[in-house]
Ligand binder design. Structure first.
Ligand SMILES: [Ca+2]
Ligand SMILES: [Ca+2]
Length: 254
């Protein structure tokens, strides 16, 4: 609305000025024209284009972006979400959940409006909206932003609990992509629960991954972690080898 009013004012000023022989066009600063030009055609056809609309690479926000790319790590996944219906900007590597609030405040300051879970937690998802309608990104998809905190298992809201945690298999299924690169400090073969060891819990998670695959699900499971014997498939043999490693480690400790 502010833009529209200033445009009308500029038009009135120009009309009034013209009979006096004053160049009306000079009243619109070149920088404002450039910013408006950058905001037009806000649509995308691939992940890099979507990232460019939302993340300012140099922190200048000259193209109507909302995230400071010099401060935050970001990535884009198209066709994410449980049924592949969302396009997702991922903000990851955050030090704590407090930083999610900081990013949201910054987005608000740049004309974006976020709706979603009232609580901020690792893996929380917000729908991207706009205070400034000129920022609106044209898309037929659901447009979301998702936050990941370092070394924190992603969570979700349940009807009974404010917050619960996914394991890596559940998170991969729910998000429609492998969240391990955004959450785990180190991706180590066999360490599916990110506790720095290969144990029976990891073997159990690997069986759960195998069970999902047996249903015919096309899941983007982390091959470095789950394909423990490195034969290109995730199955019961990986789980067995993890148990062997666990047993060997238990024995060597004694
Ligand atoms: Ca582990
Ligand atoms: Ca394997």
């Amino acid at each position: 609305m502010k833009k529209l009013i200033s445009f009308i004012l500029a038009a009135v000023v120009m009309t009034a000025a013209m009979p006096l022989g004053i160049e009306g066009t000079s009243r619109i600063p070149a920088a404002a024209l450039a910013a408006d030009a950058a905001k037009t055609g806000r649509s995308y056809s691939d992940s890099e284009e979507l990232k460019a609309l939302l993340v300012s690479p140099d922190g200048s926000f000259s193209g109507g972006e909302g995230i400071d790319g010099t401060k935050y790590k970001t990535d884009v996944k198209l066709g994410a979400g449980y049924n592949g219906s969302s396009d997702m900007l991922i903000v990851y590597g955050l030090e704590s959940t407090d930083q999610i609030g900081e990013v949201l405040t910054e987005l608000g300051g740049h004309g974006y409006m976020m709706a979603g879970d009232p609580e901020d937690y690792c893996g929380c998802v917000k729908t991207i909206g706009y205070f400034d309608q000129e920022l609106k990104i044209q898309t037929d998809r659901l447009l979301h932003i998702q936050f990941f905190v370092k070394d924190r298992m992603p969570g979700f809201m349940t009807a009974f609990d404010l917050f619960d945690e996914y394991d890596l298999v559940e998170a991969t299924k729910a998000f429609g992509f492998d969240p391990a690169p955004y959450v785990f400090g180190t991706i180590a073969p066999g360490d599916a629960d990110n506790d720095g060891k290969v144990t029976a819990a990891d073997a159990s998670l690997t069986l759960a991954a195998y069970a999902e695959l047996m249903t015919g699900a096309a899941m983007d499971l982390n091959m470095t972690i789950f394909d423990y014997n490195d034969d290109g498939a995730i199955d019961a043999a990986d789980s067995s080898e993890m148990l062997e490693t666990y047993a060997d480690n238990m024995t060597s400790v004694k």
